[in-house]
Design a protein around this ligand. Sequence first.
Ligand code: 9D3
Length: 244
Amino acid sequence: MDGPRIVVFDIVTIFPAMIDAGLAEGVVGRARARGLLDVAVHDLRSFTTDRHHVVDDMPFGGGPGMVMKAEPFHLAVEAIRERRGGPGLVVMTSPAGRRFDQAAAERMARETSVTWLCGRYEGVDERLVDAVGAEEWSIGDYVLSGGELPALVMLDAIARLVPGVVGDERSVSNDSFSAGQLDYPHYTRPAVWRGRAVPEVLLSGHHGEIERWRREAADTRTRARRPDLLSGTPGLVEGKGEDR
Ligand code: 9D3
């Protein structure tokens, strides 16, 4: 994978506690504790200038729901850029954004810093995206309640690519090596569990045969479950379909 670059993440949200909770544990939590990642969560309301800390307003043209105001996000991005000493990548979470995938994670992992602006309600004033030079990204075709979980998903995928964040570097290079096809099935003790036996070959000690069995099992699975991965449709490997 690439060298140690982006270790700086900023997230702007009206629900900072939601982000804090998602970053406290696991691989990312440990990487923060070890000083490998610098993650700062910013409460959008702290960038409002009115007494009631209003972050949303009615949509021009009418219609249901509320729209997030541009100015608090703009002030947040200016403050973050000042503090980080550079522009960095700004990501606006949006159901109308490009679909985030492993190729996008690898590209973002080469940035010096990434800032997420988490949308809520019906979305954010369209003028903000252009004003701060943000990229709009979605995590998939299902309806969520806001951009906080998507920001955590993207951050996690990117953080894993930062050298040292995942304890065993072999896991990361294995992910990259097997990109574009599903993993083979895994088994652990006991060898027979509730009447179900582990495939014989895995107990044989014949490493060549085990390798071959795993390759074939992965291939069978991929054909059955995700034929799209084999047909050159946008997928995991950079330069192997992703074009937008
Ligand atoms: C028909 C109008 N809806 C768009 C699909 C309105 C709408 C639904 C959900 C507006 C905002 C949201 C909140 N979702 C996000 O902000 C979001 C999201 C998502 O819902 N799915 C996948 N990725 C993302 S990134 C941000």
